[in-house]
Write a protein that binds this ligand. Structure first.
Ligand SMILES: [Zn+2]
Length: 156
């Protein structure tokens, strides 16, 4: 593995992704046709905000965690966002999470799995990378696939 990737990997804390999975599980089957996603935003060891998906038309997990962090007075510049699913790339019922992440100057996004939704499917990751955000994929991937299995079935 290239050294640069190893350095990035060393900054990734599995427990934050595990926490994001837990937050997602808390709203299983309470999010309408949206996936039950969890999100944690950190700087170093400090958790700035946590969130989960809300019913259709309301905040996605990323937007929820951003709001939660800002309510506590935290700036998100240079922070790391852990999300169980790839941030959405298009403005649907809510603004695009990838765009919001860029706007808030979050510098690193760690995801478990990509969003198989035909309008996202790697477009969220691409949008983030093109805007200079570091993206790490596949962290706790198996657990995320297990957690979101029922929702993922729609796309198989
Ligand atoms: Zn979203």
């Amino acid at each position: 593995m290239p050294l640069l990737i190893l350095l990035y990997m060393s900054e990734i804390k599995l427990r934050f992704m595990k926490r994001a999975l837990e937050l997602g599980e808390q709203v299983r089957n309470k999010t309408g046709d949206n996936p039950w996603v969890g999100c944690v935003i950190v700087r170093g060891e400090k958790v700035l905000g946590e969130g989960h998906t809300h019913p259709p038309g309301e905040a996605h997990a990323e937007a929820d965690a951003i709001l939660n962090a800002e309510k506590q007075g935290h700036s998100l510049t240079g922070s790391t966002l852990y999300c169980t699913l790839e941030p959405c790339s298009f403005h649907g019922r809510t603004p695009s999470c990838a765009e919001t992440i860029v706007k808030k100057q979050i510098s690193h996004v760690v995801i478990a799995i990509r969003d198989p939704h035909p309008k996202v499917n790697a477009a969220g990751v691409r949008m983030l990378r093109e805007s200079g955000v570091l993206v790490t994929e596949g962290i706790e991937e198996q657990d995320a696939r297990k957690s979101l299995k029922d929702w993922l079935l729609k796309y198989e």
